[in-house]
Design a protein around this ligand. Structure first.
Ligand code: ASP
Length: 417
């Protein structure tokens, strides 16, 4: 059954690309082109809706249960530190790769300023300084849990569920029933994710077709160097550096990892959303890569909102790209500011499509770059978002394996398999 699902997904990927090219050949504005795009949008949208449907209860239950299980093994301290340590390490490497490659290849140096000026007309973004960003970020952490659940505010849900998990453990036996309820809730959600996965080949096909047909080739052409640098470094990070880290810290072979992780990586690629992918990430990590529920339930939901290697890399590279376009030299101290703000921006970006674009403003502002440049980045964002989200999700899965190894958690049965 599982093998056949993998093959179905692969067929979905191929058919999606072919279909997108056919629609592009028909002309996106022709009658049949429009119909095709509409149908693909509908199917892809409903598929993403199904993932989002299970997302909030799943995050809530998995973190509460995850934390509760960790505390039972009095390893919470270790896991917490190992998780943050790995997140910071891998994101710092990603940003350095992005900065290094941008300095080396200097994308944007040759691009005409006319394009820059015309693109920035008519686009306004919310101005946000670093101080405002920090304030908003901190305020967003603590919300009424019902509001957070209704709004699907993942970060606030993560915080509340973590506190709940800690309270459950402190209460011990007294709250056994509540913990059991949450554990069973988690199992039920994972069961539903299994159903949704059966629909995934169709969703993936539709999303990919729409993605292929909606790229603007003219603009893509002039930005090709930047796109190449970002794609190249993102792939380098995802397929060389991260697997290397995994191998160094755990001895797990990249091949074995990718075999277990590919479902989630394909879904991340097609949905461009770490959060929407999270149900599948959790399934891959627990069921294919055999990470204990106690670790997975903690690292994956936290990583889906905080650990974004691809986004951090992109934000740093894009800042240098914009500086080149605007003819501004960024010296070492300013690049250092980019280094830190890119990481904060990645942590602060929710796991949604193009979320990194919103926090990008903060990175640009931190070194006095024109925020209007976002208008240039937007048209290519759908393309780049696919790859960076895939690497974001990959980082979460590798993080779970590394944290499991670092803390050598023995774990407990927290969710079904
Ligand atoms: N789409 C990315 C994610 O969900 C966030 C971003 O825009 O970089 O991980």
């Amino acid at each position: 059954m599982r093998m056949s699902l993998n093959i179905q997904i692969l067929i979905g990927v191929i058919l999606g690309i072919v279909l997108g090219m056919v629609l592009a050949a028909l002309g996106p504005d022709s009658e049949s082109g429009k119909q095709g795009i509409y149908i693909c949008g509908l199917i892809g949208g409903v598929f993403m809706d199904t993932l989002k449907m299970v997302l909030t209860p799943l995050v809530f239950a998995s973190i509460a249960v995850g934390v509760a299980n960790l505390r039972q093994h009095s390893r919470m301290d270790k896991v917490w530190k190992a998780t943050l340590g790995f997140f910071l390490l891998s994101m710092a490497i990603a940003v350095m790769v992005g900065l290094g490659a941008s300095n080396l290849f200097e994308p944007g140096k040759g691009l005409s300023l006319a394009l820059f000026q015309s693109a920035r007309q008519g686009f306004t973004v919310k101005q946000m300084s670093f101080a405002e960003f920090i304030a908003e970020f901190l305020h967003g952490l603590f919300l009424n849990p019902f509001t957070a659940l209704v709004q699907g505010n993942i970060l606030a849900i993560v915080v509340f569920a973590m506190l709940l998990g800690i309270a459950l453990v402190q209460g011990g036996e007294r709250y056994r029933n509540v913990l059991q309820l949450l554990q069973e809730g988690l199992e039920i959600m994972l069961r539903m994710v299994g159903w949704i996965m059966r629909l995934s080949p169709y969703g993936i096909m539709a999303l990919l077709a729409k993605l292929v047909v909606s790229q603007n080739p003219a603009l893509l052409g002039s930005l090709i160097k930047f796109v190449a640098v970002v794609l190249g470094t993102t792939l380098l990070h995802g397929f060389v550096l991260l697997p290397l880290l995994l191998f160094m810290f755990t001895g797990i072979s990249p091949l074995r990892f990718f075999r277990g992780a590919r479902e989630a990586m394909v879904i991340a690629f097609t949905t461009s959303s770490s959060s929407a992918t999270m149900p599948v990430t959790l399934r891959c990590v627990e069921q294919h890569l055999h990470v204990k529920p106690g670790i997975a339930g903690f690292v994956v939901p936290l990583g889906a909102t905080m650990n974004m290697d691809g986004t951090a890399l992109y934000e740093a590279a894009a800042a240098l790209f914009v500086a080149n376009l605007a003819g501004i030299e960024l010296d070492l101290s300013r690049q250092l500011i980019v280094f830190f703000t890119a990481m904060v921006a990645a942590v602060g970006a929710p796991g949604m499509p193009s979320a990194g674009m919103v926090t990008m403003v903060m990175v640009l502002q931190s070194v006095g770059l024109p925020t209007e440049a976002i208008a240039i980045l937007l048209p290519i964002d759908r393309l780049l978002d696919t790859f960076r989200t895939m690497v974001n999700v990959e980082g979460d899965m590798i993080g779970s394996l590394v944290v499991q190894r670092w803390t050598s958690e023995t774990g407990s049965k927290g969710s079904g398999s």
